[in-house]
Design a binder for this molecule. Structure first.
Ligand code: BDR
Ligand code: CA
Length: 310
């Protein structure tokens, strides 16, 4: 029996790779893509999600969700992902229609349709999930597993507010709603992403595969690959793909620490930080299984397979 998987996402170049990985895994069935603003605006992230469904030849419903963070406006990441979120390649748009219901509603519907079995993988700001949780606080009781890509668990983030990682920093209030309302979830953070880069030579070899997915991904990722190289990174950093690898293969999570994690909402220098109670001083129950390492060979094998290179 396959695992029903809902992916909440803001595609996004690394989101795209993660989504291709999910479709390449036979033990899961992608039951919905729910889309949020984040890397770029909602019109682009929704169009990009529809395009990915075309690319893999699926008929997954794509639900647009929140166009803004819950409370305060935030800057997008177009400087990394391109103005359209997919490297500004001018790809041919999908003619598919978005599903009628809002992403938050779709999350609740999927939780009822697949009670006790649904896996949710959240690859963007947590706005849609927070809204779903506010609409129905019993949501976690029906979800088998939630995997979140977000945070920087020792304060080495990737935004101009140093300790904040992009997904959490884009909508800290939403992250607070989810982190304080979800009793237990898996967290794959930015610092793990940095430790688990993909060698450029390997990525280029996989992208040369004779496969439509490799050709499309080579095109939309060119800009981010160049950008990453120019910044002297040792390899390509694909946060959402790492989170998806952890989601698809729990046994590949080779180092995990379970701790209480809270979100800083107010700090002038720390808004959006994920504050981890490493020493257990706060006396609060642990809510996060922090995935500190995914077996690199398993991660790379999944990336290669997702691009048709395996
Ligand atoms: C996260 O931020 C986004 O830019 C990526 O898609 C990923 O979800 C990494 O911090
Ligand atoms: Ca993302």
């Amino acid at each position: 029996m396959t695992i029903p998987l809902l992916i909440d996402t803001d595609p996004g170049v690394d989101d795209a790779l993660a989504i291709l990985m999910a479709y390449a895994e036979p033990s899961v069935e992608v039951v919905a893509l729910t889309v949020t603003a984040g890397n770029v605006g909602l019109a682009h992230t929704s169009a990009n999600a529809l395009k990915l469904v075309d690319l893999v030849g699926a008929d997954t419903p794509v639900h647009a969700g929140c166009a803004t963070p819950l409370v305060r406006p935030a800057e997008d990441a177009a400087y990394v992902h391109g103005n359209d979120g997919f490297g500004d390649t001018g790809y041919e748009r999908s003619t598919r229609e978005l599903a009628a219901s809002h992403a938050a509603q779709a999350i609740l519907e999927a939780s009822h349709a697949h009670t006790g079995r649904l896996m949710i993988v959240a690859l963007g700001p947590l706005t849609n999930l927070a809204l779903a949780l506010r609409l129905d606080p019993t949501l976690p009781q029906r979800v088998a597993r939630l995997v979140v890509m977000g945070g920087a668990v020792t304060g080495r983030g990737n935004t101009h507010l140093v300790p904040a990682e992009f997904n959490i920093g884009f909508d800290p209030e939403a992250a607070h709603v989810v982190f304080s309302g979800w009793p237990s979830f898996d967290l794959v953070d930015w610092e793990a992403t940095v430790r688990q880069g993909l060698a450029f030579e390997d990525v280029e070899r996989w992208l040369a595969a004779d496969d439509a997915r490799a050709r499309f991904y080579a095109s939309i990722s060119q800009r981010t690959r160049d950008w990453t190289r120019e910044r002297g990174r040792g390899g390509m950093l694909v946060a959402d793909a790492l989170a998806m690898a952890a989601a698809l293969e729990p046994a590949a999570c080779t180092r995990v620490e379970t701790r209480h994690v809270a979100i800083e909402l107010d700090g002038a220098l720390t808004r959006g930080a994920t504050v981890v109670d490493w020493e257990g001083r706060m006396g609060r129950p642990a809510n996060a299984r922090i995935v500190l390492e995914v077996a690199q060979a398993r991660f790379e094998a999944r990336v290669a397979a997702a691009l048709g290179a395996a």
